[in-house]
Design a protein around this ligand. Structure first.
Ligand SMILES: Nc1ncnc2c1ncn2[C@@H]1O[C@H](COP(=O)(O)OP(=O)(O)OP(=O)(O)O)[C@@H](O)[C@H]1O
Length: 584
C-alpha cells in the first residue's frame, strides 16, 4: 500500500495540470497536519483547536531564520530543527497544563483554543521581525521545480501516514483508543494516561511543525493565519468530514477541501464557505463517522470476503495467544501486611463521608465491607485506590504509604480495583483489553502489535472458566454481563495486585454465576494468598465466603469481626435493621 502511494506521488506531477500540482503540494502538507489532528482527536479523543499553532511555528521558523539569519543547507536544516524543537516544547508545555492528574477534559480544549490566539498575538507584536499582520514573503528558499516539491510533500505525507498507520495498530495505538473510551479504567489498570497524552501531543506538535516548515519553504510566504484559530478549526472539519479515527479519511478530507477551495474560493468565496459549513452539518448528523464510513461499509458489503480460519490453526483463529506469565512479581503477600488503614477520613466540603476508619487486611483473607446505602463503602474503595481522595489518615499497601499518589501509581504499589458498574472498552477486543492490562508490567510496543499476552495463573483460570479464552477476538460490547464481569476481574488480576478491591462483583449476575465468582474469590485467597476486600449487598454471599466483615454506618466503622460476631451483634442489627434478618 505504502509502495503504491509512493510510486503515485513520484509520477503524478508529470501527468497533472501545473496549477493543480501547485495546489496539491500545499494540500499534501496540510494533509500531514490532518494526520496529527486525527491522532490527537480521532484516536486519543482529545479535542484540539490548536494544532495549527504548531504548523505556524514550523512555518515561521523557516521564514524567520532565512530572513534574519542566513540561508544555505545548514541554515535550512537548522531552521527545520529549531521549528521542530520549538513546537515540541510548546506542545509539551500545553500537554502538561492540559493533562496533569486531575485536569478535566475541558482544560485541553480551552488551552488549545487559546494557543493559536496567543501565537497570532505574538506574531502581531513581533513588528518588523515577524512581519506583524502582513507576514513575511520573498525570503530565500529552494526554488526547485514543482515536480520536486510535489515529490517532497508526497513522500512526507506517505512516510508519516505509514508510521501513523503502524502506530495506531500497535500496542500503544490500542492504548490510545482505550484512553479515548475509558480513561478512568486505564488509570486504574496502571496505565500512565497523562504521560502518554503528553508524549502524543508533543510528537504530533513537532510533526505539525515539519509540515508547516515544508509549506512555508514551498510557498515562500508566511502569514499569521498559518498558525491561527481558523486553520485549527478547519483541520477539525477535514477530520470530521473524512472520518475521525481512520487516518485515510482525514488525508482525503484535507486534500479534497483544500483543492476544491482553491478552485472555488476565487469565484464563489462566500458560497463555498457556506457549502463547506452545510456539508459539515449534514455529515455530522447523517454520517457521524465521516465519508470513510461509506467506503468501508461498501467494501464490507461488496469487497472480497475473508476466508474462514482453520479451526485447528490457533494462530489463525485468534490474533492473540494466551500464555502463563513467566515470573509473577506480586499476587499474594511478601511478608508485609497487604493493607493497613489508620484514621482514614474523607470530606466533601462540610459533609463528612468517612471518619476515623482504622483496620487492616491480612494475606489470604477475604474481608467484606457491608453497610446500608450511603454508608461510604464505595468512597472507602476510592480512598484506598487514589491517594488524592482522602482528607485524613494513612493507607499503607505492603508497607508503602500511598500518600497523594494517582490511581496508576497506586496500582504500582499492588492495588487492583474493579468498579461497581462494569468498566471496559467497548470497541476493543477481549485480547486487546488483556494486553493493555499488562502495560505496567510488560510495556507496549510503539509500531508493532504483540501477538501474545502473558497472564498470571488466576487470570487465565477466570478466562477459561468464563469461556473468554475462546473469544479473544470478540469486541467487549458483544459479551454477556457475566463475561464482562469475568473479563474485568481477569484484567485487574493481570496487573498482579496484592490487594484486590471488588465493588459489588456479583451485581446483576445469575445464581450460578455468583457461585462461580465465589469459588474464584476463595481460590484467590486460599491458593494465591491475595487479600480481597469486597463490597457486597448480597449478605448470604458475604456470609458464605468472608473471613472477616467490617460494618460501616454513616461513614463510621461500627464493627470489625468474624462472620459469627457480626451475625450475632445487636448493634449491627439495629443499624442494619432493614437487612438484619438476612445477616442472621
Ligand atoms: N463526590 C461527592 N460529593 C459529595 N458527596 C458524595 C460524593 N461521593 C459520595 N458522596 C456521598 O457520600 C455518601 C457515601 O457514598 P458512597 O457511594 O460511598 O456510599 P455506599 O455505601 O457505597 O452506597 P451504595 O451502597 O448505595 O453504593 C453518600 O451520602 C453520597 O451522597
Amino acid at each position: 500500500m505504502g509502495l503504491i502511494a509512493l510510486t503515485t506521488v513520484m509520477i503524478a506531477p508529470y501527468f497533472l495540470d501545473r496549477y493543480l500540482v501547485n495546489v496539491l503540494i500545499r494540500a499534501l502538507f496540510l494533509a500531514v497536519l490532518a494526520i496529527t489532528v486525527d491522532l490527537v482527536w480521532g484516536f486519543a479523543g482529545i479535542l484540539t483547536f490548536g494544532q495549527s499553532a504548531f504548523f505556524g511555528i514550523g512555518a515561521y521558523a523557516c521564514a524567520l531564520v532565512a530572513t534574519h539569519y542566513g540561508f544555505g543547507p545548514y541554515w535550512f536544516f537548522g531552521a527545520f530543527l529549531i521549528g521542530l524543537a520549538a513546537a515540541a516544547l510548546t506542545a509539551w508545555l500545553v500537554g502538561v497544563l492540559s493533562f496533569y492528574h486531575g485536569a478535566s477534559p475541558l482544560y485541553s480544549s480551552i488551552i488549545t483554543l487559546a494557543l493559536p490566539i496567543v501565537l497570532v498575538q505574538i506574531i502581531f507584536a513581533g513588528g518588523r521581525f515577524t512581519g506583524s499582520s502582513s507576514g513575511i514573503s520573498g525570503f530565500p528558499t529552494y526554488y526547485w521545480a514543482v515536480e520536486t516539491w510535489f515529490v517532497i510533500a508526497g513522500v512526507m505525507l506517505v512516510v508519516i501516514g505509514c508510521f501513523a498507520w503502524l502506530f495506531v495498530r500497535s500496542d500503544l495505538g490500542r492504548i490510545l483508543v482505550a484512553i479515548r473510551e475509558n480513561e478512568d479504567r486505564c488509570a486504574y489498570l496502571g496505565i500512565p494516561v497523562s504521560r502518554i497524552k503528553i508524549a502524543l501531543f508533543t510528537a504530533c506538535g513537532s510533526i505539525g511543525a515539519a509540515a508547516g516548515f515544508g509549506y512555508a519553504a514551498f510557498t515562500n510566504v508566511v502569514a499569521p493565519e498559518l498558525g491561527g484559530f481558523l486553520l485549527g478549526t478547519e483541520s477539525l472539519i477535514w477530520v470530521a468530514l473524512g472520518g475521525r479515527g481512520t487516518l485515510i479519511g482525514p488525508i482525503f478530507g484535507a486534500i479534497g477541501i483544500d483543492v476544491t477551495s482553491s478552485y472555488l474560493s476565487g469565484t464563489l468565496p462566500f458560497l463555498w464557505k457556506f457549502i463547506v459549513g452545510v456539508l459539515f452539518v449534514i455529515v455530522i448528523v447523517l454520517l457521524p463517522n465521516g465519508f470513510a464510513s461509506l467506503v468501508t461499509g461498501a467494501w464490507r458489503k461488496f469487497g472480497p470476503k475473508r476466508r474462514s480460519a482453520d479451526a485447528n490453526d490457533e494462530r489463525a483463529s485468534h490474533s492473540i495467544l494466551l500464555r502463563p506469565a513467566p515470573t509473577v512479581t506480586r499476587l499474594g503477600s511478601n511478608g508485609e501486611k497487604p493493607i493497613i488503614i489508620e484514621g482514614l477520613g474523607c470530606r466533601y466540603g462540610s459533609l463528612s463521608v468517612l471518619g476515623d476508619l482504622s483496620f487492616e487486611g491480612r494475606p489470604g483473607e477475604l474481608l467484606s465491607i457491608v453497610g446500608p446505602n450511603g454508608a461510604g463503602k464505595t468512597t472507602l474503595m476510592r480512598c484506598i485506590s487514589n491517594g488524592s481522595e482522602r482528607t485524613a489518615g494513612t493507607v499503607r499497601i505492603a508497607g508503602n504509604e500511598i500518600a497523594k499518589r494517582s490511581p496508576e501509581k497506586v496500582v504500582g504499589l499492588g492495588v487492583g480495583r474493579s468498579f461497581q458498574n462494569t468498566s471496559l472498552f467497548d470497541s476493543l477486543t477481549v485480547g486487546d483489553c488483556l494486553r493493555l492490562s499488562r502495560y505496567r508490567i510488560d510495556g507496549a510496543r510503539l509500531l508493532r502489535r504483540t501477538h501474545h499476552v502473558a497472564l498470571p495463573k488466576p487470570a487465565l483460570g477466570i478466562l477459561e472458566a468464563t469461556g473468554l479464552d475462546k473469544h479473544l477476538d470478540q469486541e467487549t460490547r458483544y459479551l454477556s454481563h457475566g463475561q464482562k464481569r469475568g473479563l474485568e476481574l481477569a484484567m485487574v488480576l493481570a496487573t498482579e495486585p496484592s490487594v484486590l478491591l471488588l465493588d459489588e462483583p456479583t451485581a446483576g449476575l445469575t445464581k450460578t454465576e455468583r457461585t462461580a465468582i465465589g469459588d474464584v474469590l476463595l481460590s484467590l485467597t486460599n491458593s494465591y494468598g491475595l487479600c480481597v476486600i469486597l463490597i457486597e449487598h448480597d449478605l448470604d454471599f458475604v456470609r458464605q465466603i468472608s473471613d472477616r466483615i467490617v460494618v460501616l454506618h454513616e461513614g463510621r466503622m461500627v464493627l470489625d469481626g468474624s462472620v459469627e460476631e457480626v451475625v450475632s451483634s445487636d448493634l449491627v442489627k439495629s443499624v442494619y435493621s432493614g437487612h438484619a434478618a438476612e445477616v442472621a
